[in-house]
Design a binder for this molecule. Structure first.
Ligand SMILES: [Zn+2]
Length: 260
């Protein structure tokens, strides 16, 4: 289950960095052991830096993002990791040789950061979930055919949660909002749910194509037998499944579908 606690990030003490650097310079000046030229220090975050020579002060390992066509000049004492569109590469240079090759993630140099999500609002009340279920059922019954139905849950500090059934185009295996103007619920929704009527609540390839905003998405399935709600949080098209009960107060007849 996703943690709702923000990860704590390590911090580097620049004061200690400066103190270590000055101490190192002093020892070099005093002609101490030549080993000092390649000495590595463990700073408090565990990040290793090299003070290989007073004139370079280059980091042992440098991390770069290939956001421009030209990659910056090499500037590390040991190697560089470059995050690029085609994956992660590792670059090194020495007299007579340079290379930039595909690489595995440098897990030894990095901290683990747990995925997290936090709903900075109360959970969506069960009355709204019940209203979605009732309406999804009613539309199928009144039309005499199975159609998907789209719902938006909007949140603000004044009105709290409000449920919207936006203007929409519907089919047996698809649904989309037809009003996408700036003030529409399509734009403002914090939670978006669509029904899969009798089908399983699974995110389809079409859902993956459509659900690329920053919000919580849900699919409501098996609405006539055993209503189930499957949820995920999307950060612009990367998804992380969450239990429905993390975002909704569920009526007794609605079950969460999580991890299967
Ligand atoms: Zn769907």
């Amino acid at each position: 289950m996703a943690s709702i606690v923000q990860a704590e990030y390590p911090t580097i003490s620049l004061r200690r960095f400066d103190a270590d650097r000055e101490q190192h310079r002093q020892r070099v000046r005093e002609g101490a052991d030549a080993q000092l030229l390649s000495e590595r220090r463990n700073l408090q975050c565990g990040l290793r830096l090299s003070f290989s020579a007073e004139k370079t002060m280059r980091p042992l390992t440098r991390f770069l993002f290939a956001q421009e066509n030209a990659i910056p000049e090499y500037d590390a004492a040991l190697c560089e990791y470059i995050f690029a569109a085609n994956g992660l590469l590792r670059r090194a240079q020495r007299p007579g040789l340079e290379a930039m090759i595909p690489a595995a993630p440098p897990t030894r140099l990095l901290k683990i950061v747990e995925p997290c999500f936090r709903l900075n609002a109360p959970r969506v009340p069960m009355q709204l979930v019940q209203m979605m279920l009732n309406q999804a059922r009613r539309q199928c019954i009144e039309r005499g055919e199975f159609v998907e139905v789209l719902f938006y849950c909007c949140w603000d500090d004044v009105q709290g949660w409000t449920l919207h059934t936006p203007p929409q185009a519907q089919g047996v295996t698809w649904v989309y909002a037809t009003d996408t103007s700036a003030n529409s619920a399509y734009v403002k929704a914090l939670v978006e749910v669509h029904s899969h009527h009798w089908m399983e609540p699974r995110f389809s390839p079409d859902d993956d194509r459509d659900e690329v905003g920053f919000r919580i998405y849900g699919v409501l399935g098996r609405i006539f037998e055993r209503p189930e709600l499957k949820m995920r949080v999307s950060v612009y098209g990367d998804w992380w499944e969450i239990p429905a009960s993390a975002a909704f107060d569920l009526p007794t007849e609605v079950f969460e579908r999580y991890g299967k």
